[in-house]
Write a protein that binds this ligand. Structure first.
Ligand SMILES: NC(=O)c1ccc[n+]([C@@H]2O[C@H](COP(=O)([O-])OP(=O)(O)OC[C@H]3O[C@@H](n4cnc5c(N)ncnc54)[C@H](O)[C@@H]3O)[C@@H](O)[C@H]2O)c1
Length: 322
């Protein structure tokens, strides 16, 4: 799966899913520009990439700073002779804001809109404009925007849903052979924030955060209640989205997926891969999984074949606004 010679840009790659994506793209051979606001954490990602034999270029660039975005694209143009193959819009400043503000929207501080959407919506738009200018000139490209179930139906709070629904919309670039996909992630992903949150739930004696950070998916917090444990255990690693993007980039039918919301579990099935820690990817749309979530019916899941899936139109209906 060689992306040797490819030039990619991943925003917000100093931790979490962005770091996982940068690791996978660089492992596949691409040169990956990574952005973030702090030099030390960006350098940590770069060091991890290097350890795996990859090549990445850390650039301090705040997604809310228009000038820094412009400078970054000028730099890539200059250093890569105008080439940019993949943009991954991932930077997000809203994870903590949503966890702390899940109440009724009129009772929460309206400025959480800015925390959630200035980076995770406006920033993505600016990056997409600059990237598209390069991609249109070269006649091809792939833009992936990390979305969420919250783009389909209400989740967490209003600014979160508005932002995620907006980034899932099509950029309309098909006519120049630019593929724009919104990779929609379902499930909890074991990012650092989820780690912090589990730490606060379980207490430091029970939860070794260093182990969590160093070995994705290896530890579960002892003493956490079983539901939290389940969520944690079943969560995707932060690299799974990266595996999806590497496979998408090489897909000969890529244009047929353009503009669509793609589930990570569907992509894992399409390309036949497992998560980096060897677990199979939980299919949240399989009848088998859905039955496990219904009290008194979960026993049926044992006899239900795993190839039966919820038809996609049912998901569309679930988000129907009419
Ligand atoms: N974690 C999950 O369970 C989950 C599930 C579904 C979707 N997602 C989505 O995945 C994306 C990434 O989430 P994550 O869990 O990795 O979050 P995270 O908070 O761990 O990482 C976000 C990254 O963005 C960077 N960032 C924040 N503000 C920035 C700015 N102004 N400029 C540049 N970089 C900035 C951060 O430094 C960090 O590297 C988000 O869009 C999130 O909604 C996450």
């Amino acid at each position: 799966m060689s992306l040797s010679g490819w030039v990619c840009l991943v925003t917000g790659a100093s931790r979490g899913i962005g770091r996982g994506i940068a690791l996978q793209l660089s492992e596949a051979g691409a040169t990956v520009y990574i952005t973030g606001r702090q030099e030390d954490t960006l350098k940590q990602t770069a060091a991890q990439v290097k350890e795996r034999g990859g090549n990445c270029v850390p650039v301090i660039c705040d997604s809310t700073n228009d000038k820094e975005i412009e400078d970054l694209f000028e730099r890539i143009k200059h250093e890569q002779n105008g080439r940019l193959d993949i943009l991954v819009n991932n930077a997000y400043a809203g994870v903590q804001a949503i966890f702390g503000n899940m109440g009724k929207f009129w009772e929460t501080d309206p400025t959480i809109w800015d925390s959630i959407n200035n980076t995770g919506l406006r920033g993505h738009y600016f990056f997409s404009v600059h990237a598209s200018r390069m991609m249109v000139a070269q006649g091809q490209g792939l833009i992936v925007t990390i979305s969420s179930m919250g783009g389909l139906r209400y989740l967490f709070n209003v600014p979160y849903g508005v932002g995620k629904a907006a980034v899932s919309s099509h950029l309309d670039l098909d006519y120049v052979n630019i593929n724009t996909s919104a990779v929609k992630l379902v499930s909890v992903i074991k990012n650092d924030f989820v780690g912090e949150w589990l730490l606060s739930v379980c207490g430091p004696e029970r939860y070794n955060r260093v182990g969590f950070s160093a070995h994705i998916g290896e530890r579960t917090p002892e003493g956490a209640d079983s539901k939290i444990k389940d969520v944690f255990i079943n969560g995707e690693t932060t690299e799974l989205s990266g595996m999806c993007i590497v496979n998408l980039a090489k897909d000969k039918s890529l244009m047929s997926l353009s503009g669509k919301v793609l589930l990570t579990c569907d992509l894992a099935r399409r390309y036949g891969f497992q998560d980096v820690d060897g677990r199979s990817v939980t299919d949240y749309t399989s009848l088998k999984f859905l039955l496990t979530q219904v009290p008194y019916l979960s026993w049926l899941s044992v006899v239900t074949p795993s190839f039966l899936h919820l038809p996609r139109f049912v998901l569309t209906l679930a988000s129907n606004r009419f």
